[in-house]
Design a protein around this ligand. Structure first.
Ligand code: IPM
Ligand code: MG
Length: 364
């Protein structure tokens, strides 16, 4: 296959981790006989520094022209970076929100898996972590509070800020359909998370999810209030298969879920539209404090590249090879500093990329 991949190295550790993911993809292309054409675009702080804005129209056009987008991370230190003295719609994160909207990436898949090799890093009690867990958080990504009308005004001398949470049934239906489709390929359970005891948008969410569920008789659907879900994630994470939720709840719960795996540096994500197109990025941020020191963990980005092979290109065999290489390199005892434990060999970002690429060669 000939595949056009647009990369967004971004800010902080972004360029380092994207470099390693590219290394791994190039190895996959070489071994499995594909042609991958990479181009880079700027986004976030890197784009602000060059163009004065976090995402240009030209960059969006380049992303749209690709078959998929691979991203590192964007943003800097919000207290010290000059990017955060700009108006909110000119800051790095505005670029990320804009590309999600421009590319219609409404379905955000965030797997949270407890790797056997890393179970020691799980912060939960052993009796809870022993059961293991493997869940997929499906977060709606282009609606809700993130994209509703907002304003800050002064009324009668009092400052007032307004954010609006809106969902229409079509926005809910399309993410629910993706959620149930994914559940069909997994353990066939959907936990739809809302705040239906308070919010109208959640009550509509629940109704529409139930309508969609009628087309999936094999899938078990349960509803859970978001506060309870936050609790259940630390009490009994093994109960979850697919968690289906709106934008803001998904933002919060996915950070929590990734933390209970103990290794946020391992977690991938995919943001998909209604075709095969997607943007793939690690779940973690740009970690400006460790940028440029060759100590970042590239595995989340490498696993995001595996999701790209699977979801955008239907290259399951190649995706499996990347995921197996990750497991094997961990079994061989190699660790970046964030997941280091006694008796293992600590390696840097670039060395980890080399080891993964070599492992893929040795698998065939
Ligand atoms: C995420 C991030 C973003 C979000 C920020 C950087 C705008 O936290 O992808 O989870 O809130 O969606
Ligand atoms: Mg977040």
């Amino acid at each position: 296959m000939e595949l056009k991949i647009t990369c967004i190295p971004g800010d902080g550790i972004g360029p380092e981790i994207v470099r390693e993911a590219k290394k791994v993809l190039e190895k996959v292309a070489e071994i499995y006989g594909h042609k991958m054409l990479f181009t880079d675009i700027l986004m976030g702080g890197a784009s602000i520094d060059v163009h004065g804005e976090p995402l240009t129209k030209e960059a969006v056009a380049q992303a749209k022209a690709a078959d998929a987008v691979l991203m590192g991370s964007i943003g800097g230190d919000t207290t010290t970076s000059p990017w955060y003295r700009l108006p909110p719609n000119k800051r790095p994160e505005a670029g990320l929100l804009a590309i999600r909207k421009e590319l219609n990436l409404f379905a955000n898949l965030r797997p949270a898996i407890l790797y056997d090799e890393l179970s020691g890093a799980c912060p939960l009690k052993e009796e809870i972590s022993r059961a293991g867990f493997d869940m997929m958080i499906m977060r709606e990504l282009t609606g809700g509070l993130y994209f509703g009308e907002r304003k800050t005004v002064v009324e009668n001398g009092v400052r007032k800020a307004v954010d609006t949470l809106t969902y229409d049934e079509n926005e809910i239906r399309r993410i629910a359909v993706k959620g149930f489709d994914i559940a069909m390929k997994r353990r066939k359970k959907v936990t739809s998370v809302d705040k239906a005891n308070v919010l109208d948008s959640s009550r509509l969410w629940r109704r529409v999810v139930e309508e969609v569920a009628e087309n999936y008789p094999e899938v078990t659907l349960e509803h859970m209030l978001v506060d309870n879900c936050a609790m259940q994630l630390v009490k009994n994470p093994a109960q979850f298969d697919v968690i289906l939720t709106e934008n803001m709840f998904g933002d919060i719960l996915s950070d929590e879920a990734s933390m209970v795996t103990g290794s946020i540096g391992m977690l991938a994500s995919a943001s998909l539209n209604d075709s095969k197109f997607g943007l793939y990025e690690p779940s973690h941020g740009s970690a400006p404090d460790i940028a440029g020191r060759d100590i970042a963990n590239p595995i989340a980005t490498v696993l995001s590249a595996a999701m790209m092979l699977r979801y955008s290109f239907d290259l399951d065999k190649e995706a499996d090879a990347v995921e197996t290489a990750v497991k094997k390199v961990l079994q061989d005892g190699y660790r970046t500093v964030d997941i280091m434990s006694e008796g293992c060999t600590q390696v840097g970002c670039s060395k980890m990329g080399d080891l993964l690429a070599e492992k893929i060669s040795s698998l065939v």
